[in-house]
Design a protein around this ligand. Structure first.
Ligand SMILES: CC1=C(/C=C/C(C)=C/C=C/C(C)=C/C=C/C=C(C)/C=C/C=C(C)/C=C/C2=C(C)CCCC2(C)C)C(C)(C)CCC1
Ligand SMILES: [Fe+2]
Length: 283
């Protein structure tokens, strides 16, 4: 598909705002299930720590963008591997790495140029090469599983679709579709089932994601008054540096939530010697 990066971005940004942000905004209801965030002060303490971590990541990005970009790619792969949490480790890793590495391997020039908007070019090129190499290595567990098992399990089918999508779609569009369909919806469904009140969690998620989306739009509007020549670059930075910053507290919470409830992202209970479905929380 032939779509220039600015047009891809115009599709990606609203997709992320509507379908991507709410899965992270469930972090507040998740924290309320993990700890007794008593009263307004309990919630405010949690929000202050969450926002503090976000600001810390943005500060690191401003000081050392090359290091921050590489770290973002690495922890994103780790976070995305949770989408195949009930699966054997090699396939789980192959999935998390492919979400980043497949577009880097199949569209190297475009991905290097996009990374170049987020970090200085030499560091962006190194990050793009490393992501492409990781992508190539991620094919090995998939190919071995196919060769040994000789049957198409659900994770194998999902990974094959992921690779075909990465091949057919331009990188930003591929990422938007993976992130908003597989990652966000899977995480959203498995988390909301564990909430005492799904309706309340949904309203909280909508409210918090609107705040984050508004913050991103305001950043682009204010900055483009000073430099109207680069709205695409500012938009890309708002989305990806924003996601990089949100991911750190988001990952910490999701890990704790999954471990505390012994729940994998595919909505199953890990009993140590097998996987069994967990009953939904009663209201
Ligand atoms: C709770 C809370 C809140 C909210 C939150 C939220 C809303 C969250 C979200 C979260 C999220 C929402 C997350 C996400 C994540 C994401 C990620 C992790 C991504 C990654 C990506 C990447 C890494 C990419 C790459 C690339 C590029 C850049 C280009 C093209 C190619 C590729 C694809 C390779 C607030 C702050 C209000 C307050 C406090 C509390
Ligand atoms: Fe997530």
């Amino acid at each position: 598909m032939d779509l220039n990066p600015s047009s891809q971005f115009l599709i990606l940004a609203p997709l992320i705002a509507v379908f991507g942000l709410p899965h992270g905004a469930l972090d507040l209801p998740i924290a309320e299930r993990l700890w007794p965030l008593e009263g307004v002060s309990g919630k405010l303490k949690f929000i202050a720590s969450y926002v503090g971590l976000i600001l810390l990541v943005i500060a690191v990005w401003l000081v050392a963008p090359g290091v921050a970009l590489s770290a973002f790619l690495a922890y994103s792969a780790l976070h995305f591997s949770g989408d195949w949490a009930g699966t054997a480790a090699p396939l789980r890793w192959a999935g998390g790495v492919a979400a980043i590495g497949a577009p880097a391997l199949l569209h190297p020039t475009e991905v290097t140029a996009l990374f170049g908007h987020l970090a200085p070019l030499p560091a962006a090129a190194i990050a793009a090469d490393a992501a492409a190499l990781a992508g190539a290595l991620a094919i090995i567990p998939l190919a071995l599983t196919l060769a040994i098992r000789r049957r198409l399990s659900q994770p194998v089918i999902e990974l094959m679709i992921l690779w075909i999508a990465a091949w057919l779609l331009p990188p930003l569009l591929f990422f938007g579709i993976y992130f908003c369909s597989l990652h966000s919806i899977r995480h959203y469904r498995s988390s909301i089932r564990r909430m005492p009140s799904a309706r309340r969690a949904l309203f909280t998620a909508i409210g918090l994601s609107s705040i984050v989306a508004l913050a991103g739009v305001s950043f682009v509007l204010v900055r483009s008054v000073a430099d109207p020549a680069v709205p695409f670059e500012l938009g890309l930075q708002a989305v990806f540096i924003g996601l990089a910053a949100l991911t750190v507290p988001h990952m910490i919470l999701v890990e704790r939530f999954d471990r505390r409830l012994f729940v994998t992202r595919v909505g199953q209970k890990n009993t140590g010697d097998g996987i069994e479905p967990l009953p939904p929380v009663s209201a």
